[in-house]
Design a protein around this ligand. Structure first.
Ligand code: SF4
Length: 343
């Protein structure tokens, strides 16, 4: 482990001031020298492995009173950034009205990790690419820009097939973010220049610059998530296909929400992918469009699944993923269509 500075703050403003890069320095605008510490299930892990190069950890656990509540409102539901994973997964409003969120969280990590992990930390977790985690590998553009990518040409069974490039094919490992992206969630932040909100689907950046993973500025703190209400949220579900049924990352995951007319015709469909399939949380717009004003049948679900994986790029060991991903999407759609008691 590399040496680092530890500090603890009492307010969001103090956290931002502590972590922000002073305007008169020549620090990179994208590589923060300080990282926030909440549950610590990812950041401590990666500090130990020495694959995360921040030099200061800013402990924000004292912000839980201020940013640790779930607020169900007529126009949607708001989660404070420090809401716990278990807390959200077991919340009655979430379970009843936004089941895709509860299901995604219940299938994340282990019970012990869900007890301490926070929603913002979960959304911001970094890839589990083995070459990124193992600093003995010199080739990793995410860890060392310009060094290459050991996964391209190496064992890559769990590497992504959508949103990848020739610099990085790492998969986004989180379960919560695809569920939130499917529901058009927005992110609230506080940064050195004040507060802002933006769609969660724009938070994570693409594979062109693997070393940059989000649009957050240095010192910008996520303070909450807003999920708008809608006729689709109750008929929503999350399917995660993985090598074992507990404490395992996904090979293919799909978050789905449907608004069905009484005659079974799709009024609105939301589909987001993650797990091993995608470089970042991924909305399947074309697949959604193919379902609107159509009946939800095994055939239309299968066709939507194939559309969702259109454009997939494989690298040998992960050649199986497009087919698995398409079937995962179809399974999620059919499961959502069969949900009862959602009005
Ligand atoms: Fe690094 Fe990305 Fe290649 Fe993994 S896939 S070795 S994270 S550049």
């Amino acid at each position: 482990m590399r040496p680092f500075v530890y500090s603890r703050v009492a307010t969001a403003e103090q956290a931002v001031a502590r972590a922000a890069v002073p305007a008169d320095t020549v620090e990179s605008a994208t590589r923060a020298p300080a990282q926030f510490l909440a549950g610590g299930t990812n950041v401590v892990d990666y500090f130990k492995l020495a694959c995360w190069d921040a030099v200061e950890l800013v402990d924000i656990n004292d912000l839980r009173d201020e940013h640790g509540a779930i607020e169900a409102r007529p126009d949607g539901i708001r989660f404070g950034a420090l809401v716990g994973m278990r807390q959200a997964a077991e919340d009655p409003d979430v379970v009843r009205d936004y089941p895709v969120i509860a299901e995604a969280l219940r299938q994340s990590a282990s019970q012990q990790i869900r007890n301490v992990g926070t929603l913002a930390g979960n959304v911001l977790q970094r890839t589990r690419c083995g070459y990124f985690r193992d600093v003995d590998y010199d080739e990793c553009n995410k860890r060392a820009p310009g060094s290459g990518c050991a996964a391209i040409g190496g064992p890559n069974r769990g590497h992504a097939v959508l949103g990848v490039g020739d610099r990085c094919i790492a998969s986004y490992p989180g379960d919560l973010a695809p569920a939130l992206v499917a529901l058009d969630a927005r992110v609230e932040t506080l940064g050195p220049r004040g507060g802002r909100t933006f769609p969660l689907r724009t938070l994570h950046t693409g594979a062109e610059r693997p070393e940059v993973e989000t649009i957050l500025a240095p010192g910008e703190l996520i303070t909450g998530f807003l999920v708008p209400a809608g006729p689709h949220t109750r008929r929503s579900t999350y399917v995660k296909v993985r090598d074992r049924e507990s404490y395992e990352f996904g090979l293919a995951t799909a978050a789905v929400a449907l608004d069905l007319a009484p005659d079974g015709i799709v009024r609105d469909a939301r589909i987001a992918l993650g797990g091993g399939l995608t470089y970042r949380p991924w909305r399947a717009d074309a697949a959604e469009g193919s379902l609107r004003d159509q009946p939800l049948t095994e055939e239309t679900a299968a066709a939507a699944g194939r559309l969702a994986l259109e454009g997939a790029v494989t690298h040998g060991d992960n050649d199986y993923l497009p087919e698995l991903g398409a079937r995962t999407v179809a399974r999620a759609l059919l499961r959502a269509a069969r949900m009862v008691d959602v009005t």
